[in-house]
Structures are given as C-alpha cells and as structure tokens.
Design a protein around this ligand. Structure first.
Ligand code: ADP
Length: 854
C-alpha cells in the first residue's frame, strides 16, 4: 500500500510539475533563462521524486526521475536536461546503495534520450505527437529495464521480474501523459502568443491607417489649394482656355474662352458641348482649314501646334494646342489656348507699312544721293580739268614773266627805280606761282589725286637740308635756329620724304617768318606708343607773336591768315596743306600757342625705321659753274609755240655753248630733226598743229631717233600728266616755270657732258673761271670795274666791299664770289680780274662757255 502511495505521489508530482513547467514555457523573450528555470524545475522534481521513491530493497529505489529527465530533454533541449540530470545525480550518488550505479545510468540515459529527441524532432518541428512521446517513453524505460542488469546479481533478476512489466507499461504512458500536458500547454501558450502578436499587429495597422488618413486629408487640402490656384489661373487668364478629353469631349473652359468666341451665357451654362463648339465654328473665317488641323491633332495626339486663326470680322487669334500627358506619358486629352492678337497684328501691319515706306524713301534718297555724287564727281573732274588747264594757262605766261624778269634783273642799264620795279614784278610773280602751286596742291589733295610714295630715305639728310635751308634766313633775322635730334633717332626711315619735307618746310618757314626775335627750335624724336606703332614726332617751337585763341581753332582752315601772315606775303594755304598731308600720311598735326610768347607746331607721323637707304643717293644741289661737251654733237632743238618760252630756254642754254635750233610746233620739229639730227630735243607738250606727245612718239619711232633724248616740258601740275608724257617716249619731264637747275640737270643726265661745279677744287687756270663767268664779267659797268681797281690800288677795302655790295643788286653770285676773294685777301686774283676788265675771257674758256647757276 505504501508503495502504491509513493507511486501516486510521484505521478501527482509529475502532473503538477508539468503544469508548472507549461506555465513557464521556453519561447519568446529571455529563452535562455526560461530553459535554465525548466532545467532547475525538472531537477527539483526529480529530487523530490527520489525523496519519495518506491523502495524495493535498501538502496534499491524507483521513482519518476526517468520520465522527468526525458521529458525535460525532449521539450527543453540538452542544456535544461543536463542541469536537471546534474541535480538528480548529486542526490542519487549521495543516497548510494546497491542501485546507485543503475540510478546514475538511468539519470544519464533518460536525459540523453530526451535531449536526442529534442535535437532530432521537437527542436526542429515544435510538434510533440503522442506517438513520438510514447516511443520515447518506451525507449527510455526499455533502457531502464536493461540497466536493471547492473544491479547485484541476486537483485537484478528479481527486480526485472517484479518491475519490468509495470515499468514498461506505466512509465511510457506517464511519459505520454506528461508530454501531452506539456504539449497542450505549449500549444495554448503559442496560441496566446500569436494572439498577442496579432493584436499588436492589429494595433500597428490601426496606427498606420490613422497616419495614412492624416496624410490623405493633408493631400486633399493641398489638392483643394492647387485646384483653387488652377481655377484662378484659368479664370483670370487673358487666353481663352479649352480642355478636352481623349475623345474630344469638353472637360472645361474658362470665361475668357466664351468671351473670345462670343458664346452666349446660356449655352456656356448648359454645358452642351456640341452647341458650344458649333457656336465657335460659326465665327471662323476658314472653318474647313481649322477642322482639318483639329482632325490632324486627334490623329497625332502627342503633337503640339501653333498658328494664327482669323475670325469673321477681322479678329485674329494666336492659337496654341498641346497634349495633356501623365507622368508616364499617358494621354489624357488636349488643351487649347486662344489669344486675341488683333491689336498687335494691326500694329505690326502698320510698322510693316512704315518700314516699306521708309525703305522706299531710303531707296529714293540713295538714288538721289548717287545722282548727286555722280554730279559732284563730274563737277570734280571738271574742276580738275579746269585746274589743269588753268595751271597751264597761268604757268605759261608766268614762265615768261619770271624767266625774263630774272634776266632783266641782271640788266645793269636799268635805273635804280626800274630795277626795283623789276624786282617787285619778280617777287609778285614768285608769289603768284606759289599761290597757284598751293591751290593746285589743295585741289589735288581734295580730288584724292595725291598718293603716298613710301620709300626708305635718310632722315638725317633731310634734317641737314632743312637746317641749311633756314639757317641763313634765320641768321639774317638775328634768330637762333637750333635742331635738337633725339639720340634714338634712326638714320633711315620708310615714309614719303617729299611730303614730310613739305610739312617741315612749311612749319619751320612760318616759325622763321613770324618770329622777330628769339629762337626757333626744331625737335625731332621717335616715339613708339603700343597702340599706334612707331611715330616720328617733329616739333617746331618759336618765340614769335603767338596765335590768338580765337584763331587757333581755325588755323588749319584754308586761307586763314593773320594780319602778320598777310603782311609777310603768305598764301594762307601752307598749314591747311600741311594738315592734309599729315592726315594722308596717317599722322596728326597739332598746335599750341601763347599770345605774345610763341607757338609750337607738332606733327606726329607714322614711319618705320629702316636699315635700307634710299635707292637714289642724295646729292645736294650743286651750283654749275661751267660745262665741257663734245663739239661734234648736233645742235639742241627747242620746240615751243610761245616765242617767249623759246627765248628763255635760249637765254639759259646759249651761254653753255650749244648751237640752238627752234621749232614752233611738232611738225616743224620733225622736219628740223630729220635735217639736222639734233643731239637732244626740248619739247613743249601743248602746241598747235602737232602736239609734243605726237612729235615725241614720231621722233622716237624714226630711224636712229630712239637714241636722241627728248626732254618734255609741261605746264601741268598733275602727276598723272607727267606719267602720260613719259608714256609718249620722252626721257625726262620737267615742269614750267623752268628752273635753270632742272634744265641743266636733265641735260647732264641725258647728254655726254660734264659740268664744272662751284664747289669743285680748282686748278690754277680754272679757278677764276669758276666764279667769273663771261656774261657776268661782260655785264659789269666799266665804271664799277674802274672804281674797284682804284679801291684795290688804294688798299681801300671798305670801299671795295661797298662796291661789291652794289654789284649784289645785279648778280648775287658774282658779288658773293668777289667778296670771298676780297676777304681771302687774294688781291692778285682780284687784280687779274680787274686787269681783264671783265671784257676778256681766258684762253679756252671762250669755247667752254660757262654760266653761274641761279
Ligand atoms: P601763310 O603762312 O602762307 O600765311 P599758313 O597756312 O602757313 O599760311 O599759316 C596761316 C596763318 O597761321 C599765318 O598767316 C599766321 O597768321 C599763322 N601762323 C602760322 N604759323 C605761325 C607761327 N609760327 N607763329 C604765328 N603765327 C603763325
């Protein structure tokens, strides 16, 4: 009975243990701790069971530990099983007795089998079927029955016989029972947990739903706002807007649309789209055209289109249509904009008309201007022709006036008054000539007929010439003339030397002319500003009267002259010519002046420094004192229709010993040329019967004629005419009024003759001849020679010099040479001259005629 009670105790404890264990569970949070608690619980239960065991014999006890430990291993795995087994082992070893070995082995095997089942099945599936539990119970307790063999021999068989059957029946069933309880608990617990999970999921979904609802409400508010914006935009738009769906049904239109298309309020309010569109169509000027466009757009939904449409009554709309597309490009319909552009169209039309009118006006004006330009050009050409003719007409008689004036000036038979009058005639003539030359220069510049001739030239030579030209004049006036050349001044530059010279001569000439006392300074330097390139800067500063400010602004205008300028006999053209020349050279001419203190003219002219020198080396004009020529050569032929001009040439050439022939026109010239074979021809170009051009051509074309030099003489001032003259075959062209130097120089170049120059070193025989030419001697009055001889004999040098000064009036060169001789105290030479009384010539000098040049 006691034994049965123990068994019941054990079984009851097992049941309550399983319930307790079921409550603890082994899932969810803190699983490790729960497993340990389970291990401790089953260990304790095993211990309690072992304290109330079924005692078969002293030390041979049976209890429910095998069930506890195997169930513990099955449900809670090896860790819990190991903990429980350890606790049970401690007590069982402590209890000792003959069944101790078997007890220990049962503890270990039960825990092991349980843990094995957990590993292999329950731990993986979480399912504890009745079959499995029962199988485990059978296994654990079959092992127990086997382990009974470890009992002492006498007890082993007895125990087996006694307990094997009840153990194999009761214990597996108990295992099944407890396992089922635990499994049920577990299922309930899991259900509870999944319920809890579902609840929390539900709560979360609820919260999400609430959040989504909030978002939706916010979105709806935003949508309402966007709608309001869109509606306002539509309604306040100046464009009429119509929105249609994919099938062409009207979605919406704004008030402006109905206004523009004149759709009555009732039609608009009715929302009847057919009526609406019909009203719109009725107003179109070209409805068919519009409809075809609309159709096209329905067939091509993704197209945009824009054009202008006309309504009956002249209204014009700017129409624009674009598809309404979703973000993924899906087509929702189409939006149409209509803008009334009638006003701007009209304005455009007005502007177009104005422009056309203006263009017409411009065309008319251009035609008028072209006509005016042509007239002006014709007038200009007429002016040029007139100037060319005028120059010829004036220069021809002027040539005669100056030529004979110069010869007359030497006539010692004239009274003092007459001589003065002749000098006045000559002065006026020269002034007139300068005036004509200046006017011609101006007209050439204005007609654009003056071209630049840039070439390398020696700047230093030019400055030397200039200085030499003005030094005497400045000294005569008691002015100091200084030329300050900058150290960096190049020797050679490329530029138009002649024009530069003309400008410099004018500036320096004015300075010397207008300055009564003080100095004239010419400063020359090179500047190279980066923006303009190298420039030659020429500055002429004087201490003259200065220029009043009111005149300063017009100083470069033509014919602007001060009183002093008029008195000094200027033409008033020099500065304006200089200004135009400087402009032509691409430079600048400027002036600054202080009244009463002086003026400073500055020309800055672009020039390039050059390593080359001029191709024609400069020889300073030399004074011709005599000539050697081959007497065997033929005569010189002078051809001019004006007798005075022929006479001048004769007066210039006869003293050189040439035999001279004259012809009045080209035809006569040809005849004489054939008959007498002259050594050279001086040919005027404008002549009646046959002009110089034709005559020259014929002479050059005749047999042997091409080698005979022809010196053309023209009164024209134009460069072009000179070119024409040279084309006719003439070798050289010289201009009227003729200067003796030009004539001699031309002859020197073309004929085999040699001139004696005043600056040549002279031999004993030629030294008197050098300065005492035959005519010069012959021209002196006998009384003058007599008076000089007396003065020489008396040693009265003052008287001698004053007599020579008297001679200066007739012949400057002669006086100059005589004075030099007197100052060299070369009285023997002087005596020689006086002895010959100027009436005899030296031996060969009668053949070698000479003439001092002017
Ligand atoms: P012209 O000297 O032949 O009269 P220009 O054109 O050379 O003509 O000069 C015009 C005027 O400018 C002169 O008449 C004179 O009044 C004034 N002028 C020119 N240079 C100077 C100068 N260096 N000092 C004072 N006045 C001058």
């Amino acid at each position: 009975m006691d034994k049965m009670l123990d068994i019941v105790f054990n079984l009851g404890m097992l049941a309550s243990l399983s319930i307790l264990s079921g409550f603890i569970g082994a899932d969810g949070e803190r699983r490790g701790r729960k497993l340990l608690m389970q291990g401790a619980l089953y260990g304790t239960a095993s211990i309690l069971g072992m304290l109330h065991p079924l005692v078969l014999a002293p030390g041979l006890i049976f209890d429910g530990r095998s069930v506890m430990l195997s169930v513990c291993g099955f449900f809670f795995g090896p860790v819990a099983a190991a903990l429980a087994a350890c606790m049970a082992l401690v007590l069982r070893i402590h209890q000792g007795g003959p069944g101790a070995v078997m007890g220990v082995l049962v503890i270990v095997s039960s825990a092991l089998v349980g843990a094995l089942f957990h590993r292999m099945h329950y731990g993986k599936t979480g399912r504890a079927s009745a079959r499995l539990l029962y199988l485990m119970g059978l296994l654990v307790h079959a092992a127990m029955v086997l382990l009974m063999l470890t009992l002492p021999e006498d007890q082993a068989m007895k125990t087996i016989r006694l307990l094997a059957l009840p153990v194999m029946v009761a214990y597996p069933l108990t295992t099944l029972f407890i396992g089922r309880i635990l499994s049920e608990f577990d299922a309930h617990r899991r259900m509870g947990e999944s319920l809890k999970l579902s609840e929390s999921n539900l709560r979360r979904s609820n919260e999400e739903l609430a959040a989504n609802l909030n978002k939706l409400m916010k979105r709806e508010k935003e949508l309402r706002f966007t709608n309001a914006v869109l509606r306002t935009q539509q309604e306040t738009s100046l464009d009429g807007i119509l929105v249609v769906d994919g099938e062409g049904g009207v979605i919406s239109f704004n008030r402006r649309f109905t206004e523009l298309w004149g759709i009555p309020a009732d039609v608009a309010a009715s929302g009847d789209e057919k009526k609406l569109l019909k009203r719109a169509m009725e107003r179109l000027l070209h409805p068919a055209e519009f409809l075809s466009k609309v159709n096209f757009l329905y067939q091509h939904p993704h197209e945009k289109s824009r054009d202008e449409i006309e309504l009956i009554g002249g209204t014009v709309f700017d129409r624009y249509s674009a598809p309404m597309l979703g973000t993924a490009g899906e087509y929702y319909g189409r939006i149409w904009y209509f803008r009334d552009i009638t006003g701007s169209k009209r304005a455009e039309e007005e502007v177009r008309k104005h422009r056309e009118h203006l263009e017409e006006l411009v065309r008319e004006r251009t035609n008028e201007l072209e006509a005016a330009k042509e007239t002006a050009e014709r007038a200009n050409m007429a002016k040029s022709a007139f100037l060319a003719n005028m120059s010829h007409e004036i220069r021809t008689p002027l040539n005669a006036i100056l030529g004979f004036g110069t010869i007359l000036e030497r006539d010692l038979t004239l009274s003092e008054t007459q001589a003065e009058q002749v000098r006045t005639i000559n002065r006026s003539g020269r002034h007139l000539l300068k005036l004509i030359n200046d006017i011609l220069d101006m007209s050439r510049i204005e007609a654009g007929r003056l071209a630049l001739h840039n070439a390398p030239f020696c700047l230093q030579d030019l400055l030397d010439d200039l200085e030499a030209m003005f030094r005497v004049r400045a000294e005569e006036k008691g002015l100091s003339l200084s030329l300050e050349r900058d150290a960096n001044l190049p020797c050679n530059v490329v530029g138009d030397e002649a024009k530069l010279r003309q400008v410099l001569v004018n500036m320096t000439g004015n300075a010397v002319k207008f300055t009564k006392q003080g100095s004239v300074t010419l400063r020359v330097r090179m500047e190279a500003p980066a923006e303009t390139g190298p420039r030659l800067v020429l500055e002429v500063e004087d201490t003259g009267p200065g220029i009043p400010p009111e005149e300063l602004t017009h100083i470069f205008d033509a014919f602007r002259q001060s009183e002093a300028g008029r008195e000094a006999g200027g033409t008033g053209l020099g500065l304006s010519i200089s200004k135009r020349l400087v402009d032509l050279m691409g430079g600048e001419l400027a002036v600054r002046s202080t009244l009463g203190a002086g003026s400073c003219f500055t020309a800055s002219i672009p020039v390039e420094p050059s390593a080359e020198t001029s191709s024609q080396p400069k020889t300073p004009p030399r004074r011709i004192a005599g000539v050697e020529r081959n007497e065997a050569e033929g005569p010189l032929l002078i051809v001019d229709d004006v007798k005075e001009n022929r006479d001048i040439l004769k007066a210039l050439l006869a003293p050189l010993g040439f035999a001279l022939r004259e012809a009045e026109n080209g035809r006569e010239a040809l005849r004489i040329f054939e008959e007498e074979r002259p050594c050279a021809v001086l040919m005027d170009m404008r002549m009646p019967v046959m002009d110089g051009y034709e005559a020259t051509r014929r002479i050059k074309a005749s047999e042997g004629g091409s080698s005979v030099p022809v010196i053309a003489i023209t009164a024209s001032a134009f460069e072009d005419d000179v070119q024409n003259v040279l084309k006719s075959g003439a070798d050289i062209c010289i201009r009227k009024p003729l200067s003796p130097e030009d004539v001699y120089e031309a002859l020197g170049k073309l004929l085999d003759i040699r001139f004696h120059y005043a600056d040549e070193p002279r031999t004993a025989e030629t030294r008197h001849e050098a300065f005492l030419s035959r005519e010069a001697l012959a021209a002196l009055p006998g009384e003058t020679i007599e008076a000089m001889r007396t003065a020489l004999q008396d040693g009265d040098i003052d008287e001698l010099e004053s007599l020579i000064e008297g001679i200066r009036r007739f012949d400057g060169d002669l006086a100059e040479n005589l004075l030099r001789l007197a100052r060299q105290y070369d009285y023997s030479a002087f005596g020689d001259f006086i002895a010959h009384g100027g009436r005899e010539s030296h031996g060969h000098s009668s053949e070698h005629h000479r003439r001092g040049s002017e």
